[in-house]
Design a protein around this ligand. Structure first.
Ligand SMILES: Cc1ncc(C[n+]2csc(CCOP(=O)(O)OP(=O)(O)O)c2C)c(N)n1
Ligand SMILES: [Mg+2]
Length: 652
């Protein structure tokens, strides 16, 4: 057996095919087609050390066409990454393995979870951007690596890729190298049935360098990758390949995309590749050699560690790359006091800006932006400075009108590490980035989504711009914590909680002014998710439950009712999920046993777990209406008078 990269590619092909055959499930097409690309990249170019999969200054790799997972796992096995073994390859796609259907970030050596096509390339742009922003702050000595991304035809058909390509070109992310598995085949047949676009021209139009190579010829791949190393702009390498390369009768056909080869075809593949060993057997000497390949970067890693240890700001750097944030309560103490004293009537997007300003002043690695709504989302502050092409010293990102890529780029930055990224748009357009919010939540990527214009309170822009079901739709995403604060104090507390939580979080903020309701800031009450904002005076008759702008309506209604001798409590529930995380006993203490009226300028769904027979929900379960906000609220019965009316009926 030869100890060289062509043999590595052969081994990858056979291992991947055997892995899929054993599972009787998986995608041999891309795995067989990209084996040479992967062998050359990992064997000669990639900066990494399999002994430390999380080395911060390693090159990042994203397999955006995540269906090539069998290739990924075979590669990680040959390189000697932790957890990867023959037993794992044999457990491909089985429960509780490290070899799940599509690559997941929990597998050492996998830099991003992929499978939803197109998100990977956009996340790669985010990683390459993170590298640039960190390098601008810390210098090449500490941060200097590339981002590689494998894509298939599918990723490039997805619209998100175009958004991401444009931004990568604009920013001149010259350390981003995309390898395109150009095989002209997708599931349904030839790519021609669904596109006639000249893809290289697409990339060139956005300022990329485009190189072409024979993706099945290692010399050709090497030449292209070598040229890409010194690029002045991001690089697409158009790798001409054949899907299922090596499969004697199925290669070149969509049939090989997503089902096992079958015994006969597999035998034919091995014969063609001159492979003489039993399934899953790799001669130990060869494996030792590939393990050495996997440790090519060890010396460089040690040198980097020394440079970090000798750096004057070593501690700060280490804290930031560990994802540690400074004392948030300390940073926000003054502004909370100011809110308490001044009791402003302030849109929560505006109080958010004031809070964000303090955070950006104190947290140098907090970065973010908006999809062309900086002036509306108010996520750009006095302490924001926009990044520019070739100048990444800023902390603000103009994403343009590209919500989907913004989501993926933000996830990419978060998963890269070293930054605390946020991104913002109108709440209703969270729909445009829902797939990325979902994938980020799946990875538990630490992102902060800032959604403003949170309800029919948007007013005149009308029902297309008025979120109704967005709140419950996002509440349904596991791991994601949404905060819909009722006043400026809750806004500050929500930021504190959101940043402290080791989960992706979203702030949902109003366009319209909200009165300051809180009279006390000693304890962060948002921490409980829901709490008694207005405690009953003597004997509670009714509990009003709301979040965001509806809380002030509830408080006014409660004041009115108590003047008439009806004792009403008000529960503010800024974070539904944190409340759901509370023990039932605590929940019941807050919600009380008396009738509950839930008031919500959106869908009713999330209240049903708490709604008993004697309770009621005042909500909006149709689309909104165009008109001044106050009138739209009145039209839907979201008024103090109506809350009072319903309350009285309920008590009777
Ligand atoms: C967003 C999204 N839509 C659809 C799919 C289902 N899907 C998986 S692979 C694939 C075809 C991809 O074609 P290509 O990238 O050319 O891969 P190849 O067949 O060449 O391996 C599709 C439609 C998906 N994974 N993600
Ligand atoms: Mg294809």
């Amino acid at each position: 057996m030869k100890y060289d990269l062509p043999m590595m590619a052969t081994t990858l092909r056979v291992l991947a095919a055997d892995t899929i055959e054993k599972a009787n499930s998986g995608h041999p097409g891309a795995a067989l087609g990209m084996a040479d690309m992967a062998a050359v990249l990992y064997g000669q170019f990639l900066k990494f050390d399999a002994d430390d999969a999380n080395w911060f200054d390693r090159d990042r790799v994203i397999f955006s066409n995540g269906h090539a997972s069998a290739l990924v796992y075979s590669l990680l096995y040959l390189m000697g990454f932790d957890k990867m073994s023959v037993a794992q390859l044999q457990s491909f796609r089985q429960l509780d393995s490290f070899t799940s259907g599509h690559p997941e970030i929990t597998t050492p050596g996998v830099d991003f979870s992929t499978g939803p096509l197109g998100q990977g390339i956009a996340a790669a742009v985010g990683m390459a951007l993170a590298e640039k922003m960190l390098a601008a702050r810390w210098g090449d000595d500490l941060v200097n690596h590339k981002t590689y991304c494998f894509v298939g035809d599918g990723c490039l058909m997805e619209g998100i890729s175009e958004e991401a390509i444009e931004l990568a070109g604009l920013w001149n992310l010259n350390k981003l190298i995309v390898l395109w598995d150009d095989n002209h085949i997708t599931i349904d047949g030839k790519t021609e049935i669904a596109t006639k676009t000249n893809i290289p021209m697409r990339f060139k139009a956005s300022g990329w360098q485009v190189l072409t190579c024979n993706g099945l010829n290692q010399k050709s791949i090497q030449k292209a990758l070598k040229k890409a190393q010194k690029a002045k702009s991001p690089t697409l390498i158009d790798c001409k390949t054949i899907i299922g390369y090596g499969a004697p009768t199925k290669s070149g056909s969509p049939k090989v995309h997503g089902s096992p080869l079958g015994a006969e075809e597999l035998a034919g593949l091995k014969k063609k590749l001159n492979w003489a060993y039993p399934a899953f057997e790799v001669p130990i000497d060869f494996l030792n050699w590939t393990h050495q390949v996997g440790r090519r970067g060890a010396v460089e890693r040690e040198k980097w560690t020394m440079r970090v240890n000798n750096h004057p700001a070593e501690e700060q750097f280490k804290k930031e790359i560990r994802g540690e944030l400074p004392d948030l309560a300390g940073i926000l103490k003054t502004i909370k006091q100011k809110f308490l004293q001044a009791k402003p009537d302030l849109a929560s997007r505006k109080s958010s800006q004031l809070v964000l300003n303090e955070l950006l002043k104190a947290i140098p690695n907090m970065v973010g932006g908006s999809a062309d709504l900086a002036a509306s989302n108010l996520t750009k502050t006095e302490n924001s400075k926009s990044i520019q092409p070739n100048d990444f010293s800023g902390n603000y990102i103009n994403f343009g009108i590209r919500e989907h890529a913004m989501g993926a780029i933000t996830n990419g930055m978060a998963v890269h590490g070293g930054l605390m990224p946020y991104a913002s748009t109108f709440f209703v357009f969270s729909d445009y980035m829902r797939p990325t919010v979902r994938l980020g939540a799946f990875m538990q990527a630490k992102t902060l989504w800032i959604f403003t214009h949170d309800s029919i309170g948007v007013g005149e822009d009308g029902p297309t711009h008025q979120p109704i079901e967005q709140m419950v739709a996002l509440q349904a995403i596991p791991n994601l914590y949404l905060f819909r604060p009722a006043d400026a104090v809750e806004v500050a507390e929500s930021y504190e909680e959101a940043l402290r939580l080791n989960k992706p979080c979203a702030l949902v903020l109003s366009r319209q002014n909200l009165p300051t309701l809180r009279r006390d800031i000693r304890v962060n009450l948002v921490h409980q998710g829901g709490y008694l904002l207005r405690t009953p005076l003597k004997k509670r008759k009714l509990t009003l439950v709301a979040s965001g702008s509806e809380v002030s309506l509830a408080v006014k209604a409660a004041d009115f009712l108590s003047e008439q001798g009806i004792d009403v409590a008000v529960v503010s529930m800024p974070c539904y999920k944190l409340f759901m995380d509370q023990p039932e006993k605590e929940q019941n203490k807050v919600l009380g046993t008396v009738p509950r009226l839930f008031v919500d300028a959106g869908s009713a769904f999330s209240w049903y777990p708490f709604k008993r027979e004697q309770d009621a929900i005042l909500s909006i379960d149709t689309f909104g209406k165009s008109g001044p906000a106050k009138e739209v609220f009145a039209d839907f019965g979201l008024t103090v008078e109506n809350i009072v009316k319903i309350s009285k009926k309920m008590i009777k």
